[in-house]
Design a protein around this ligand. Structure first.
Ligand SMILES: NC(=O)c1ccc[n+]([C@@H]2O[C@H](COP(=O)([O-])OP(=O)(O)OC[C@H]3O[C@@H](n4cnc5c(N)ncnc54)[C@H](OP(=O)(O)O)[C@@H]3O)[C@@H](O)[C@H]2O)c1
Length: 305
């Protein structure tokens, strides 16, 4: 009998969706502190588009000798545990694999990760929705950490891309820190954005105390902020240069299990939004990338391998 394998979608020479291929990878047993998860759902995110296009290779963040994995967030079921792990086989979990430089990612039938890098999924949250939470929910929470509590008397926050996965979560979480949130989105997003408890605009005028910028408006967003205000983006190292005493910061999403458990619970109760647009199989990853790269998609493509 040959070595058992599983299927994973990777890029060898990154050149957009057509360069995505499905390969067979040897199955590995989890080591001490690790689990192997049978992946039920892996979300396609803008970051993955950048990996398949070679953007992150071009800036030196990927140096894989043979092929590069795709996919950061996932939900699935524990199918094996290594020594020292008390997560039983069959436990439904969600997790995040951070970093670009790896030979395979969550677009795969299975993955071995540290048990500390997953959390159980609440019983009444389906694995498709759960898979959309780790990257975008944690990114949003960390954007709001950088914004901090709204300053007294000057609490107007503009969230660009408020109909997107990160922006929608920022809109909800920032309100809880006292910000008066307005979501910048497309005309067709008005009901969704207002449903988050935010005000809505398609065209923002100055003067905001702060801008959170998932839509990557960058310098254009900075112009909207009052002197001494705050800008929080999601492109570390590519932030607009500061001006007029504005603080400029970016998020690099980090795993935080306690927080992820809270985000999943709040997604399950409907307090936080999780939108799934379509479910596709592993061999349709290229199609999902093409759709995700186009403007106008609402909700995520989720790969069920
Ligand atoms: N640094 C990190 O750790 C980290 C973590 C997560 C995400 N990110 C990055 O954060 C960004 C946002 O992610 P996401 O998942 O929220 O993306 P998303 O779901 O695609 O949302 C982006 C939203 O911005 C909207 N938008 C773009 N330009 C706009 C404009 N001029 N006016 C109004 N709306 C506009 C888009 O609308 P249309 O579709 O109509 O264009 C879309 O609804 C991505 O670049 C992602 O790579 C970074």
């Amino acid at each position: 009998m040959g070595t058992p394998t599983f299927r994973a979608a990777v890029v060898r020479v990154p050149n957009g969706p057509d360069s995505i291929e499905v390969i067979d990878v040897p199955v590995v047993d989890p080591g001490p502190g690790q689990i192997r998860v049978a992946i039920a759902a892996a979300t396609v995110n803008p970051t993955d588009i950048g990996v398949a296009e070679g953007f992150f290779h071009s800036i030196g963040l990927v140096n894989q000798p043979e092929h590069t994995g795709l996919g950061w967030e996932f939900a699935g079921v524990v199918d094996a545990s290594g020594p020292g792990v008390d997560l039983a086989a069959g436990t439904r979990v969600a997790g995040l694999v951070v970093g670009f430089d790896r030979d395979y990612g969550t677009y795969a039938e299975q993955i071995v990760v540290a048990a500390a890098d997953v959390v159980p999924v609440p019983d009444d949250l389906d694995l498709l929705a759960a898979a959309t939470v780790p990257l975008n929910g944690l990114a949003a929470a960390q954007v709001v950490d950088l914004l901090g509590d709204a300053p007294a008397g000057a609490a107007r926050l503009l969230v660009t891309g408020a109909a997107g996965a990160v922006g929608a979560n920022v809109a909800v979480l920032a309100r809880e820190r006292g910000w008066q949130v307005t979501g910048l989105a497309r005309a067709g997003d008005e009901d969704f954005v207002r449903g988050l408890g935010a005000d809505f605009t398609t065209r923002a005028e100055p003067e905001w105390e702060a801008v959170a910028d998932p839509a990557q408006l960058n310098g254009e967003a900075l112009k909207l902020i009052r002197d001494g205000g705050a800008y929080v983006g999601l492109r570390p190292g590519m932030e607009p240069p500061t001006e007029r005493g504005i603080s400029v910061a970016s998020v690099i999403t980090a795993f935080d299990g306690t927080r992820l458990a809270g985000l999943l619970a709040r997604t399950s109760s409907g307090e936080l939004p999780a939108r799934v647009h379509s479910v596709v199989r592993l061999h349709q990853a290229a199609e999902a990338h093409r759709a995700t790269a186009r403007s106008g998609l609402r909700g995520r493509y989720v790969i069920c391998p």
